[in-house]
Design a protein around this ligand. Structure first.
Ligand code: IPM
Ligand code: MG
Length: 370
C-alpha cells in the first residue's frame, strides 16, 4: 500500500503537539479507508529540539527535511526559551528550514467560511465569501539581509542594523508563483511594496511589472504601497485576489488578512521551493497560528489550521487532491454543524476540545466517503 511518499512531521512547541495529534488521526484514516500508505517520520524543532539537543534543529532532522516529499510543522517558540541568545532561539529552527530548503514562496490563503462570517471582527457584508491568497517572499529581504547585528559604538551607545535587500531573480521567482496561482483564480494580482521610500521597493515594483509584461499579460496587475494595502485590507478586503509582497510586509499583511477570517486558528500555509525537472517542489506546510503558550497543554486549541495545512500538503506535494478536497469538505460540514473550539466560539454553538474536533472531522469523513 506504500505510496512511496514520505512526510516529516515536526510538531514543535506549545500547542503544536496537541494539534498535530489530530493530523496523525487523519493519516491513519487515509491509510485505513483510502489505501494511502504514507511513510511518516518525526523530528524535533524549536524549543523541543533545544531541550533535547541544544539546537533549534539538528543536522539529522535537516537531512530528513531535505529527503522528505514534504514537511508538516506545528509551531515553535515559547516563554521558556525567550531569553536565549538570538541565534539559539526556537524561531531559528523554522528560519533555517525555510532558508536551507529554499522555500521562497509562502502561500497564505485567508478564506472566510460561511459558518464563521460572524466570528470576523469586520462587518459580515465585508467578509462574506472572502478568499484572498497572500504570496509572501520567504527567504530574502530584511529577514536574512547582511549586514545585520547589534554593535557598541565608541560612546558606549549601541546600533542595531538589518538590511533590506532583493535581487532581480528573488523578486521574479516569487512573482511568477503569484501570477501562476492567479491564473487559476480570478486572474488579479496586487503587488505591495514601499517603492515610495525604498530602492529595494522600486526594484520590486519594476521587476514584478517586467515579468508580468513578458509572461503574464492576461493577469491584471496592480501595485500598492504596503501601508495602503494594510488599510485597504480592512476597508474593502474583497477587492483583493492574490497579493504578492516581500518577506516583512508579507509577515504583517498575512496576520492582518488572517484575522479578517475570524481566527488565526483556522489558517493553513504552504512554503514552496523551485520546481525540479519533474515538477516536484520542496515544501513545508504549517498553520499560521503560533505556539500559543497561554493555552498549551489544555487540549482546547483549534486543530483545523494544521488539518487544513495537511490538506494543502496532500494537494500540492502528495498527489492526493481528492483526499484534500474530502478533508476540506469535512471541515466545512463540522463548522456548519455548529461545533466550535474556543477560539471560534459563537453564541448558541457547542464548545468542544481539540480531540473532539479531530474526532468530528473523522466522523464527517466516514460519512462523506461512505
Ligand atoms: C510567521 C512568523 C515567523 C515569521 C516567526 C515565528 C519567525 O511570524 O511565520 O509569520 O516572522 O516569519
Ligand atoms: Mg508572522
Amino acid at each position: 500500500m506504500g505510496s512511496g511518499k514520505m512526510l516529516l512531521i515536526l510538531a514543535g512547541d506549545g500547542i503544536g503537539p496537541e494539534v498535530m495529534a489530530e493530523v496523525r488521526r487523519l493519516i491513519e484514516w487515509l491509510e485505513r479507508k483510502r489505501g494511502f500508505g504514507l511513510q511518516v517520520i518525526e523530528g524535533l524543532v524549536g524549543g523541543a529540539a533545544i531541550d533535547a539537543h541544544g539546537v533549534p534543529i539538528d543536522e539529522a532532522t535537516m537531512a530528513d527535511a531535505m529527503a522528505a516529499d514534504a514537511v508538516l510543522l506545528g509551531a515553535v517558540g515559547g516563554p521558556k526559551w525567550d531569553s536565549l541568545p538570538f541565534e539559539r532561539k526556537p524561531e531559528r529552527g523554522l528560519l533555517r528550514l525555510r532558508k536551507d530548503l529554499e522555500l521562497f514562496a509562502n502561500l497564505r490563503p485567508a478564506v472566510v467560511f460561511n459558518a464563521l462570517v460572524d466570528a470576523s471582527p469586520l462587518k459580515p457584508e465585508l467578509v462574506r465569501g472572502l478568499d484572498i491568497m497572500i504570496v509572501r517572499e520567504l527567504t530574502g529581504g530584511v529577514y536574512f539581509g547582511e549586514p545585520r547585528g547589534i554593535e557598541t559604538l565608541a560612546d558606549g551607545s549601541r546600533r542595531g542594523v538589518n538590511t533590506q535587500v532583493y535581487t532581480t531573480e528573488e523578486i521574479r521567482r516569487v512573482a511568477r508563483v503569484a501570477f501562476e496561482i492567479a491564473a487559476g483564480r480570478s486572474k488579479r494580482v496586487c503587488s505591495a511594496d514601499k517603492a515610495n521610500v525604498m530602492e529595494s521597493g522600486v526594484l520590486w515594483r519594476e521587476e514584478v511589472q517586467r515579468l508580468h509584461d513578458e509572461a503574464f499579460p492576461d493577469i491584471e496587475l496592480t501595485h500598492m504601497y504596503a501601508d495602503n494595502c494594510a488599510m485597504q485590507l480592512v476597508r474593502n478586503p474583497s477587492q483583493f485576489d492574490v497579493i504578492v509582497t516581500d518577506n516583512l510586509f508579507g509577515d504583517i499583511l498575512s496576520d492582518e488578512a488572517a484575522m479578517l477570517t475570524g481566527s488565526l486558528g483556522m489558517l493553513p500555509s504552504a512554503s514552496l521551493g523551485a520546481a525540479d525537472a519533474v515538477g516536484r517542489r520542496r515544501a513545508l506546510y504549517e498553520p499560521v497560528h503560533g505556539s500559543a503558550p497561554d493555552i498549551a497543554g489544555k487540549g482546547i486549541a483549534n486543530p483545523l489550521a494544521v488539518i487544513l495545512s495537511f490538506a494543502m500538503c496532500l494537494r500540492l506535494s502528495l498527489d492526493r487532491a481528492g483526499d484534500a478536497a474530502l478533508i476540506e469538505a469535512a471541515v466545512q460540514r463540522v463548522l456548519d454543524g455548529g461545533l466550535r473550539t474556543a477560539d471560534i466560539m459563537q453564541v448558541d454553538k457547542a464548545r468542544i476540545s481539540t480531540r473532539v474536533m479531530g474526532e468530528a472531522i473523522i466522523r464527517e469523513l466516514d460519512k462523506i466517503a461512505a
